[in-house]
Design a protein. Structure first.
Length: 378
Protein backbone atom coordinates (compact mmCIF):
# COMPACT_ATOMS: atom_id res chain seq x y z
CA UNK A 1 0.00 0.00 0.00
CA UNK A 2 2.90 2.36 0.70
CA UNK A 3 3.54 2.77 -3.02
CA UNK A 4 0.15 4.43 -3.31
CA UNK A 5 0.49 6.99 -0.56
CA UNK A 6 3.82 8.61 -1.37
CA UNK A 7 2.07 11.44 -3.22
CA UNK A 8 -0.85 11.83 -0.78
CA UNK A 9 -0.34 13.56 2.54
CA UNK A 10 -3.38 15.87 2.82
CA UNK A 11 -6.91 15.35 1.50
CA UNK A 12 -9.72 17.90 1.71
CA UNK A 13 -13.26 16.54 1.83
CA UNK A 14 -16.28 18.64 0.87
CA UNK A 15 -19.45 17.35 2.50
CA UNK A 16 -22.25 19.76 3.46
CA UNK A 17 -23.89 17.65 6.20
CA UNK A 18 -21.08 15.78 7.91
CA UNK A 19 -22.88 16.23 11.24
CA UNK A 20 -25.63 13.79 10.28
CA UNK A 21 -25.35 10.17 11.37
CA UNK A 22 -26.11 8.58 8.00
CA UNK A 23 -24.41 6.02 5.80
CA UNK A 24 -22.39 8.54 3.77
CA UNK A 25 -21.17 10.29 6.91
CA UNK A 26 -20.12 7.03 8.57
CA UNK A 27 -18.21 6.00 5.44
CA UNK A 28 -16.28 9.28 5.68
CA UNK A 29 -15.52 8.63 9.36
CA UNK A 30 -14.20 5.15 8.55
CA UNK A 31 -12.16 6.40 5.60
CA UNK A 32 -10.65 9.19 7.70
CA UNK A 33 -9.66 6.74 10.42
CA UNK A 34 -7.91 4.54 7.87
CA UNK A 35 -6.14 7.54 6.35
CA UNK A 36 -4.99 8.56 9.83
CA UNK A 37 -3.35 5.13 10.20
CA UNK A 38 -1.38 5.95 7.01
CA UNK A 39 -0.46 9.46 8.23
CA UNK A 40 -2.75 11.06 5.63
CA UNK A 41 -4.32 14.21 7.05
CA UNK A 42 -8.07 14.69 6.51
CA UNK A 43 -9.83 18.06 6.71
CA UNK A 44 -13.59 18.25 6.17
CA UNK A 45 -15.28 21.41 4.92
CA UNK A 46 -18.90 21.22 5.98
CA UNK A 47 -21.88 23.32 6.99
CA UNK A 48 -23.02 20.87 9.66
CA UNK A 49 -20.23 19.89 12.03
CA UNK A 50 -20.12 16.52 13.76
CA UNK A 51 -19.91 16.67 17.55
CA UNK A 52 -18.47 13.19 18.09
CA UNK A 53 -15.84 13.25 15.33
CA UNK A 54 -12.42 11.92 16.41
CA UNK A 55 -9.79 14.59 17.04
CA UNK A 56 -7.63 13.50 14.10
CA UNK A 57 -10.33 14.79 11.75
CA UNK A 58 -10.17 18.54 11.31
CA UNK A 59 -13.56 20.14 10.59
CA UNK A 60 -13.94 23.63 9.15
CA UNK A 61 -17.43 25.11 9.12
CA UNK A 62 -18.15 26.34 5.61
CA UNK A 63 -21.25 27.91 4.06
CA UNK A 64 -21.98 25.04 1.68
CA UNK A 65 -25.67 25.93 1.47
CA UNK A 66 -27.88 26.96 -1.42
CA UNK A 67 -27.93 30.64 -0.55
CA UNK A 68 -27.01 32.81 -3.58
CA UNK A 69 -25.90 35.67 -1.32
CA UNK A 70 -22.90 33.69 -0.05
CA UNK A 71 -21.86 31.90 -3.26
CA UNK A 72 -18.99 34.25 -4.13
CA UNK A 73 -17.69 34.46 -0.58
CA UNK A 74 -17.70 30.68 -0.16
CA UNK A 75 -16.08 30.19 -3.57
CA UNK A 76 -13.18 32.45 -2.64
CA UNK A 77 -12.76 30.82 0.75
CA UNK A 78 -12.74 27.29 -0.70
CA UNK A 79 -10.38 28.11 -3.57
CA UNK A 80 -7.80 29.59 -1.21
CA UNK A 81 -8.15 26.63 1.16
CA UNK A 82 -8.19 23.76 -1.34
CA UNK A 83 -4.98 24.85 -3.06
CA UNK A 84 -3.10 23.57 0.00
CA UNK A 85 -4.08 19.91 -0.44
CA UNK A 86 -2.90 16.98 -2.53
CA UNK A 87 -6.45 16.06 -3.57
CA UNK A 88 -10.05 17.15 -3.07
CA UNK A 89 -12.67 14.48 -2.36
CA UNK A 90 -16.27 15.60 -2.85
CA UNK A 91 -19.30 13.94 -1.24
CA UNK A 92 -22.98 14.69 -1.76
CA UNK A 93 -24.98 17.49 -3.31
CA UNK A 94 -24.62 20.51 -3.14
CA UNK A 95 -20.86 20.10 -2.60
CA UNK A 96 -20.63 19.58 -6.36
CA UNK A 97 -22.02 23.07 -6.93
CA UNK A 98 -19.55 24.68 -4.55
CA UNK A 99 -16.60 22.92 -6.10
CA UNK A 100 -17.70 24.46 -9.40
CA UNK A 101 -17.77 27.91 -7.79
CA UNK A 102 -14.32 27.36 -6.25
CA UNK A 103 -12.94 26.16 -9.60
CA UNK A 104 -14.29 29.22 -11.41
CA UNK A 105 -12.85 31.53 -8.74
CA UNK A 106 -9.46 29.82 -8.94
CA UNK A 107 -9.31 30.32 -12.71
CA UNK A 108 -10.08 34.02 -12.38
CA UNK A 109 -7.49 34.50 -9.65
CA UNK A 110 -4.65 32.33 -10.95
CA UNK A 111 -5.02 29.74 -8.18
CA UNK A 112 -3.96 26.17 -8.95
CA UNK A 113 -6.28 23.59 -7.42
CA UNK A 114 -5.30 19.94 -6.89
CA UNK A 115 -7.02 17.08 -8.70
CA UNK A 116 -10.63 16.61 -7.69
CA UNK A 117 -12.59 13.40 -7.09
CA UNK A 118 -16.29 12.90 -6.45
CA UNK A 119 -17.51 9.86 -4.54
CA UNK A 120 -21.08 9.87 -5.78
CA UNK A 121 -23.63 8.29 -3.48
CA UNK A 122 -26.41 9.33 -5.85
CA UNK A 123 -27.18 12.29 -8.12
CA UNK A 124 -29.85 14.43 -6.43
CA UNK A 125 -33.15 12.55 -6.71
CA UNK A 126 -35.10 15.77 -6.23
CA UNK A 127 -33.44 17.26 -9.28
CA UNK A 128 -33.01 14.24 -11.53
CA UNK A 129 -35.32 11.48 -10.34
CA UNK A 130 -34.25 7.87 -9.90
CA UNK A 131 -34.73 6.30 -13.33
CA UNK A 132 -35.03 7.19 -17.02
CA UNK A 133 -38.74 7.98 -16.80
CA UNK A 134 -38.55 10.31 -13.79
CA UNK A 135 -35.38 11.90 -15.18
CA UNK A 136 -37.06 12.80 -18.48
CA UNK A 137 -40.07 14.19 -16.64
CA UNK A 138 -37.98 16.43 -14.39
CA UNK A 139 -36.01 17.79 -17.33
CA UNK A 140 -39.24 19.41 -18.52
CA UNK A 141 -39.97 21.18 -15.24
CA UNK A 142 -41.12 24.81 -15.29
CA UNK A 143 -39.62 25.34 -11.83
CA UNK A 144 -37.04 28.07 -12.49
CA UNK A 145 -35.16 27.43 -9.23
CA UNK A 146 -34.89 23.71 -10.00
CA UNK A 147 -33.63 24.38 -13.52
CA UNK A 148 -31.06 26.89 -12.26
CA UNK A 149 -29.90 24.46 -9.55
CA UNK A 150 -29.50 21.71 -12.16
CA UNK A 151 -27.43 24.12 -14.25
CA UNK A 152 -25.14 24.89 -11.31
CA UNK A 153 -24.82 21.24 -10.35
CA UNK A 154 -23.95 20.10 -13.86
CA UNK A 155 -21.47 22.95 -14.19
CA UNK A 156 -19.81 21.91 -10.92
CA UNK A 157 -19.61 18.24 -11.91
CA UNK A 158 -18.10 19.19 -15.28
CA UNK A 159 -15.15 20.73 -13.40
CA UNK A 160 -14.49 17.63 -11.29
CA UNK A 161 -11.64 15.55 -12.67
CA UNK A 162 -12.74 12.02 -11.72
CA UNK A 163 -15.88 10.32 -10.42
CA UNK A 164 -16.34 7.24 -8.25
CA UNK A 165 -19.75 5.71 -7.52
CA UNK A 166 -21.08 3.50 -4.74
CA UNK A 167 -22.78 1.03 -7.12
CA UNK A 168 -23.40 0.16 -10.76
CA UNK A 169 -26.85 1.68 -10.32
CA UNK A 170 -25.30 5.00 -9.32
CA UNK A 171 -22.71 4.71 -12.11
CA UNK A 172 -25.59 4.45 -14.60
CA UNK A 173 -27.29 7.45 -13.01
CA UNK A 174 -24.07 9.48 -13.36
CA UNK A 175 -23.97 8.56 -17.04
CA UNK A 176 -27.64 9.48 -17.50
CA UNK A 177 -27.44 12.83 -15.70
CA UNK A 178 -23.91 14.08 -16.46
CA UNK A 179 -22.77 11.90 -19.37
CA UNK A 180 -19.67 11.02 -17.34
CA UNK A 181 -18.07 7.68 -16.53
CA UNK A 182 -17.51 6.57 -12.95
CA UNK A 183 -15.39 3.96 -11.20
CA UNK A 184 -17.52 1.70 -8.99
CA UNK A 185 -16.17 1.32 -5.44
CA UNK A 186 -18.58 -0.25 -2.98
CA UNK A 187 -18.84 1.56 0.39
CA UNK A 188 -17.95 0.08 3.76
CA UNK A 189 -19.26 -0.47 7.24
CA UNK A 190 -17.14 0.32 10.26
CA UNK A 191 -17.74 -2.65 12.55
CA UNK A 192 -16.62 -5.89 10.91
CA UNK A 193 -14.89 -7.53 13.84
CA UNK A 194 -17.29 -10.36 14.64
CA UNK A 195 -20.39 -12.04 13.25
CA UNK A 196 -22.99 -12.42 16.00
CA UNK A 197 -24.44 -15.95 16.25
CA UNK A 198 -28.02 -16.50 15.09
CA UNK A 199 -30.65 -16.07 17.83
CA UNK A 200 -34.38 -16.69 18.02
CA UNK A 201 -36.36 -14.22 15.90
CA UNK A 202 -38.80 -11.99 17.78
CA UNK A 203 -39.81 -9.08 15.52
CA UNK A 204 -39.47 -7.33 12.16
CA UNK A 205 -37.33 -4.21 11.94
CA UNK A 206 -36.72 -1.00 10.02
CA UNK A 207 -33.63 1.12 10.75
CA UNK A 208 -32.96 4.46 9.10
CA UNK A 209 -34.26 7.94 8.53
CA UNK A 210 -38.03 8.27 8.75
CA UNK A 211 -38.70 10.14 5.54
CA UNK A 212 -41.40 9.79 2.88
CA UNK A 213 -39.07 8.38 0.14
CA UNK A 214 -38.19 5.49 2.49
CA UNK A 215 -41.66 4.01 1.75
CA UNK A 216 -42.15 2.82 5.34
CA UNK A 217 -45.94 3.06 5.11
CA UNK A 218 -45.95 0.30 2.48
CA UNK A 219 -43.99 -1.94 4.85
CA UNK A 220 -46.49 -1.15 7.62
CA UNK A 221 -49.41 -2.12 5.39
CA UNK A 222 -47.63 -5.37 4.46
CA UNK A 223 -47.06 -6.07 8.17
CA UNK A 224 -50.77 -5.51 8.82
CA UNK A 225 -51.56 -8.17 6.22
CA UNK A 226 -49.03 -10.48 7.88
CA UNK A 227 -50.73 -10.14 11.27
CA UNK A 228 -54.02 -11.12 9.68
CA UNK A 229 -52.48 -14.38 8.39
CA UNK A 230 -50.54 -15.59 11.44
CA UNK A 231 -51.50 -16.74 14.94
CA UNK A 232 -49.17 -14.40 16.84
CA UNK A 233 -51.23 -11.22 17.02
CA UNK A 234 -48.64 -9.64 19.35
CA UNK A 235 -45.81 -9.73 16.82
CA UNK A 236 -43.97 -6.39 16.68
CA UNK A 237 -42.57 -4.29 13.86
CA UNK A 238 -39.90 -2.01 15.33
CA UNK A 239 -39.07 1.27 13.58
CA UNK A 240 -35.74 2.74 14.72
CA UNK A 241 -34.73 6.23 13.65
CA UNK A 242 -36.04 9.77 13.44
CA UNK A 243 -37.20 12.02 10.65
CA UNK A 244 -39.74 14.46 9.30
CA UNK A 245 -42.22 11.71 8.38
CA UNK A 246 -42.44 10.29 11.90
CA UNK A 247 -45.58 12.15 12.99
CA UNK A 248 -47.40 11.17 9.81
CA UNK A 249 -46.49 7.50 10.32
CA UNK A 250 -47.57 7.54 13.97
CA UNK A 251 -50.93 8.99 12.95
CA UNK A 252 -51.16 6.42 10.15
CA UNK A 253 -50.43 3.55 12.58
CA UNK A 254 -53.11 4.84 14.93
CA UNK A 255 -55.59 5.11 12.08
CA UNK A 256 -55.14 1.45 11.08
CA UNK A 257 -55.19 0.25 14.73
CA UNK A 258 -51.62 -1.05 14.93
CA UNK A 259 -50.41 1.01 17.90
CA UNK A 260 -49.75 -2.15 19.95
CA UNK A 261 -47.70 -3.75 17.18
CA UNK A 262 -45.67 -0.90 15.65
CA UNK A 263 -42.97 0.34 18.03
CA UNK A 264 -41.20 3.65 17.31
CA UNK A 265 -37.81 3.43 19.04
CA UNK A 266 -36.21 6.70 17.94
CA UNK A 267 -32.43 6.74 17.71
CA UNK A 268 -30.70 3.60 18.99
CA UNK A 269 -27.10 3.00 20.04
CA UNK A 270 -24.81 0.76 18.00
CA UNK A 271 -25.10 -2.00 20.57
CA UNK A 272 -28.90 -1.76 20.67
CA UNK A 273 -28.99 -1.75 16.87
CA UNK A 274 -27.00 -4.99 16.74
CA UNK A 275 -29.33 -6.62 19.26
CA UNK A 276 -32.44 -5.49 17.37
CA UNK A 277 -31.00 -6.83 14.12
CA UNK A 278 -29.91 -10.10 15.69
CA UNK A 279 -33.41 -10.83 17.02
CA UNK A 280 -35.26 -9.91 13.82
CA UNK A 281 -36.99 -12.22 11.39
CA UNK A 282 -35.74 -9.71 8.83
CA UNK A 283 -34.85 -6.08 8.47
CA UNK A 284 -36.96 -4.34 5.86
CA UNK A 285 -35.50 -1.67 3.59
CA UNK A 286 -38.70 -0.58 1.82
CA UNK A 287 -37.26 2.35 -0.17
CA UNK A 288 -37.93 1.60 -3.83
CA UNK A 289 -34.73 3.20 -5.14
CA UNK A 290 -32.19 3.21 -2.30
CA UNK A 291 -28.82 4.23 -3.82
CA UNK A 292 -27.03 1.53 -1.86
CA UNK A 293 -28.12 0.47 1.65
CA UNK A 294 -25.19 -0.31 3.94
CA UNK A 295 -27.50 -1.38 6.74
CA UNK A 296 -28.05 -4.60 4.78
CA UNK A 297 -24.36 -5.44 5.23
CA UNK A 298 -24.47 -4.46 8.91
CA UNK A 299 -27.47 -6.74 9.32
CA UNK A 300 -25.56 -9.74 7.96
CA UNK A 301 -22.84 -9.22 10.56
CA UNK A 302 -25.61 -9.39 13.18
CA UNK A 303 -26.98 -12.61 11.60
CA UNK A 304 -30.01 -10.79 10.26
CA UNK A 305 -31.34 -11.11 6.74
CA UNK A 306 -33.06 -8.27 4.89
CA UNK A 307 -35.97 -7.71 2.56
CA UNK A 308 -34.84 -5.21 -0.08
CA UNK A 309 -36.00 -3.53 -3.25
CA UNK A 310 -35.04 -5.20 -6.51
CA UNK A 311 -34.19 -1.70 -7.76
CA UNK A 312 -31.81 -0.74 -4.94
CA UNK A 313 -28.07 -0.31 -5.34
CA UNK A 314 -27.36 -3.01 -2.77
CA UNK A 315 -29.42 -5.51 -4.81
CA UNK A 316 -26.67 -5.83 -7.44
CA UNK A 317 -24.15 -6.81 -4.75
CA UNK A 318 -26.31 -8.77 -2.31
CA UNK A 319 -29.24 -10.16 -4.28
CA UNK A 320 -28.13 -13.71 -3.42
CA UNK A 321 -27.87 -12.85 0.28
CA UNK A 322 -31.24 -11.20 0.86
CA UNK A 323 -34.92 -11.43 -0.06
CA UNK A 324 -35.84 -8.99 -2.82
CA UNK A 325 -39.16 -7.78 -4.15
CA UNK A 326 -40.93 -4.89 -5.85
CA UNK A 327 -41.32 -2.36 -3.04
CA UNK A 328 -44.05 -0.59 -5.01
CA UNK A 329 -46.22 -3.64 -4.44
CA UNK A 330 -47.51 -4.13 -0.87
CA UNK A 331 -48.54 -7.72 -1.64
CA UNK A 332 -44.97 -8.59 -2.65
CA UNK A 333 -43.61 -7.11 0.58
CA UNK A 334 -46.20 -9.12 2.54
CA UNK A 335 -45.26 -12.34 0.72
CA UNK A 336 -41.58 -11.74 1.50
CA UNK A 337 -42.35 -11.15 5.19
CA UNK A 338 -44.54 -14.26 5.34
CA UNK A 339 -41.79 -16.30 3.69
CA UNK A 340 -39.11 -15.40 6.25
CA UNK A 341 -41.60 -15.72 9.11
CA UNK A 342 -42.58 -19.27 8.16
CA UNK A 343 -39.29 -20.67 6.83
CA UNK A 344 -36.52 -20.51 9.44
CA UNK A 345 -34.04 -22.26 7.14
CA UNK A 346 -33.93 -19.26 4.81
CA UNK A 347 -32.22 -17.16 7.45
CA UNK A 348 -29.77 -19.92 8.38
CA UNK A 349 -28.79 -20.60 4.78
CA UNK A 350 -28.36 -16.93 3.81
CA UNK A 351 -26.26 -16.09 6.87
CA UNK A 352 -24.04 -19.11 6.26
CA UNK A 353 -23.44 -18.30 2.58
CA UNK A 354 -22.97 -14.52 3.14
CA UNK A 355 -19.65 -15.04 4.92
CA UNK A 356 -18.04 -15.36 1.49
CA UNK A 357 -18.78 -11.77 0.45
CA UNK A 358 -18.58 -9.68 3.62
CA UNK A 359 -14.92 -8.83 3.05
CA UNK A 360 -16.00 -6.74 0.05
CA UNK A 361 -17.37 -4.10 2.45
CA UNK A 362 -14.60 -3.65 5.00
CA UNK A 363 -13.05 -0.27 5.80
CA UNK A 364 -9.71 -1.50 4.52
CA UNK A 365 -11.12 -2.68 1.19
CA UNK A 366 -13.04 0.53 0.55
CA UNK A 367 -10.31 2.89 1.75
CA UNK A 368 -7.51 1.19 -0.17
CA UNK A 369 -9.58 1.27 -3.36
CA UNK A 370 -10.33 4.98 -2.97
CA UNK A 371 -6.74 5.90 -2.08
CA UNK A 372 -5.34 3.85 -4.95
CA UNK A 373 -7.77 5.43 -7.37
CA UNK A 374 -6.83 8.92 -6.21
CA UNK A 375 -3.10 8.17 -6.24
CA UNK A 376 -3.23 6.70 -9.74
CA UNK A 377 -4.87 9.85 -11.11
CA UNK A 378 -2.75 12.55 -9.47
Amino acid sequence: MNNYIDNIKKIAILHPTFGYNGGAENVIISFSKYCHSLNIEITIYTYKLRNDAPNYIKQIKTDITLNPFIFNKTAGFLANELKNYDAVLIHNFPATIFYGFAFKYSQKNNIKLPKSFWYCHEPSVRLYGYDDKSYKKLQKTWDIIARYTMHLDRLGVSKIDYIMSNSIRTKEAVKRVYNRDAQVIYPCISDTENIIPINKSQHFLYIGRIEKPKNIDSAILAFKSLLEKIDDKNLKFIIAGKGRYEKYLKDFVKKINLENNIIFKGFVSEEEKKELLNKSYAMIMPAVNEPFGLTIVEALYSSCISIISDKSGVYEALKDYSISCNMNNVDEIFNSMLLVYNDKNIKINIIKSSKNILNNFTVQSYSENVIKYISNHL
